[in-house]
Ligand binder design. Sequence first.
Ligand code: SAM
Length: 273
Amino acid sequence: MEKHGFTFSKALGQNFLVNPSVCPRIAELGNAAKGFGVIEIGTGIGVLTNELAKRADKVVAVEIDDRLIPVLEETLAEYDNVKIINADILKVDIRKLIEDEFQGLQVAVCANLPYYITSPVIMALLEQRLPIKTITVMVQKEAGTRLCAPMGTREMGAVTVAINYFATAKVLFNVSRGSFMPAPNVDSCVVQFELRDKTPEGVTDEAFFFRVARGAFSQRRKTLCNSVSSSLGIEKSLVIQAAENAGLELSVRPEKLTMQQLISFSEQLKKLI
Ligand code: SAM
């Protein structure tokens, strides 16, 4: 980095991994293996890319910071199965990338994510129903707990509903702040989402279902009925009727619901409005 006069950009979430034991673990657990193509998001100077390239058939790595491209040309020079794309991951057509680059391969995503786009990246990867087997990413520890919270627990939120809908989620291991350069103010963890072959049954309108989920968790201390009524602007009596039709207690709080209960409530509400 010194040779290239590189300085870290805080705005781009540039905390590079310097603990040598972490990248091999992400690569091993993240399906970087024969028969797989791996998409990496944010290469930095290529420490994780290196471990992915050793194991997978092909790696396509997307890095927004053009100052890193000459560094990567050096650090990844020995690999002919790595392609670097200098772009913003949120603007990349990932379906097309998979079609163009990974014919005949299974696909995995691995990354030490820039923290400022954690949720948008994960949601974009899940919502598009892309042909991806697993998404294995480093995130801030608190975010990891929230993202992997099972339905019906206090830690959950609207994002948990969306993740549980599309995938099964688990925390793989924790990583201390000292493993990065520069060291961030918080610890991290590596989480993995395994995409479901089939999303839960019974949802007739996904957009409405996710609106209800967002509404339910928008005012955390309120009951489900109060929160949905005020955040979605739906008359309280209709929301109460929907909850009753779904067999829910009127005092129930959103974080107590199972996926099936939330689906049932949303379907009943849709019929009434
Ligand atoms: N993988 C490297 C490592 O583990 O050392 C770097 C990880 S660092 C936390 C995040 C990387 O993502 C940085 O290199 C940053 O420049 C890049 N990045 C930030 N925003 C991005 C975006 N929107 N699209 C693609 N890459 C991005």
